[in-house]
Design a protein around this ligand. Structure first.
Ligand code: ADP
Length: 401
């Protein structure tokens, strides 16, 4: 019998400050029936891209606001299909970056939910306002459909206090909700489930470290399907070396730079946008970092090694937190596509019983795969993430409950 909570279609919306990405997902098959994006909202030369039925349609249009962007999306569906009016839509699923300590599950959006998410804006000033704007315009355009907010932080709600608590004054923690929240939770929820599927073991029985390595990067220790630690914190700045974010630094560095004459905003911006691989190598595109490494460029090599060393440290720490490591899983753009980085991470992890099969690691294949040797005590996997499908599934399950 088909589980009714896992049927129907969901329009998944991911609204950023100047872009709006979307997918029409068939929940039962997991297939994206159409996907696309509107780029450069509110700037000159906005573009829309719509992929459906094996064709890609790109258009230059003037899109001044998120409302206009959603109108352009509806127009693209009307022009190129599928027909949204007959798509068996059960919900619009929205990615919301920060759910604070209030949202541990997806929720159907109400005025009260909107107000609560708005209150969280100080915690995610770059993301939450845009996510909210996406919800507001979708409510207007699709008034008959439930709007479901799915939070990036929700999967980490299970973190124990010793993992989420910063050793800072009580007023910061009590009055300003300062704690580690963690991000990429939707990706972790998806990858954790798929990992159990690949290992043919129940999710509750396995302890895994998942490395989500895209432009933003984080690690998570997942015990029995529940996150017990993660590397991003109050904001996405903490943890691993990322495309443009520093990850872990001495917190004293912030005051040091301010006393050196920089403004607070400039330091914040430099740590978020000019640091990480970009700060070390000149580029945040991992393919270009690899080209630098291959060409023997010293900055490229240092950047690569700093990133790989940080990753090894986190895997080691999380293996200890988990007590037993069944799998180490790589996902997202860099994790899925860089055998060099996977190899550099795993090389130092022999002490944990990790051994790569280099042939499997470098094989030019995509999709879910095992890349550890038969002898390895830890399964090393590559699992392509699918955050849109996870949002669609969670939204459908919620509205059909
Ligand atoms: P986002 O965090 O924006 O969702 P992605 O998960 O798409 O990011 O990952 C983007 C990163 O993946 C970029 O640094 C890009 O260079 C890297 N990447 C994509 N394809 C490859 C590849 N074939 N080899 C190495 N890195 C890749």
């Amino acid at each position: 019998m088909t589980d009714a909570s896992q049927t129907g279609r969901v329009l998944v919306v991911n609204a950023g400050s100047s872009s709006l990405k979307y997918q029409l997902v068939d929940v039962a098959s997991g297939e994206a029936l159409a996907k696309g994006s509107v780029q450069r909202i509110g700037e000159d030369g906005s573009t829309t891209t719509h992929e459906a039925g094996g064709e890609t349609h790109t258009k230059e249009v003037q899109v001044a606001s998120h409302g206009a962007a959603l109108d352009a999306v509806v127009a693209a569906f009307r022009e190129h299909g599928p027909d949204l009016d007959h798509a068996d839509l059960v919900a619009v699923g929205h990615r919301v970056v920060h759910g604070g300590d209030r949202f541990s599950e997806p929720v159907v959006v109400t005025d009260e939910v909107l107000a609560a998410v708005e209150k969280l804006e100080p915690l995610a000033p770059l993301h939450n306002p845009a996510n909210l704007e996406g919800i507001r315009v979708a409510r207007e355009r699709f008034p008959g459909l439930p709007q479901v907010a799915v939070f990036d932080t929700a999967f980490h709600h299970s973190l124990p206090a010793e993992a989420y608590t910063y050793a800072v004054p009580p007023a910061w923690r009590d009055d300003l909700a300062v704690r580690r929240y963690g991000f990429h939770g939707t990706s972790y929820a998806y990858v954790s489930r798929r990992t159990a599927g690949m290992l043919t073991r129940p999710e509750q029985d396995i302890n895994v470290v998942i490395l989500h390595l895209g432009n933003g990067c984080s690690a998570a220790a997942v015990a029995g399907g529940r996150s017990i630690d993660t590397s991003m914190g109050l904001t996405p700045l903490e943890g691993l070396v990322m495309g443009t974010r520093s990850g872990d630094i001495d917190p004293g560095l912030f005051a040091f730079m301010v006393r050196s004459g920089m403004s607070v905003d400039d330091v914040d911006s430099a740590l978020n946008r000019e640091s990480g691989l970009k700060g070390l190598t000149g580029t945040n595109d991992f393919r270009e970092v690899q080209e630098l490494v291959d060409a023997g460029d010293a900055d490229g090599q240092l950047g690569f090694e700093v990133a790989a060393y940080r990753l090894r440290k986190y895997v080691g720490a999380y293996a200890v937190a988990l007590g037993r490591l069944d799998a180490l899983v790589f996902t997202a753009g860099v994790g899925e596509h860089s055998p060099q980085l996977r190899s550099a991470v795993c090389e130092g992890l022999g002490i944990l019983g990790v051994e790569l099969d280099e042939t499997a690691n470098t094989a030019r294949v995509s999709g879910e795969r095992q890349i550890s040797s038969a002898r390895s005590r830890v399964s090393v996997l590559v699992v392509p993430t699918n955050e849109e499908l996870e949002i669609a599934r969670q939204a459908a399950a919620l509205v059909r409950r």
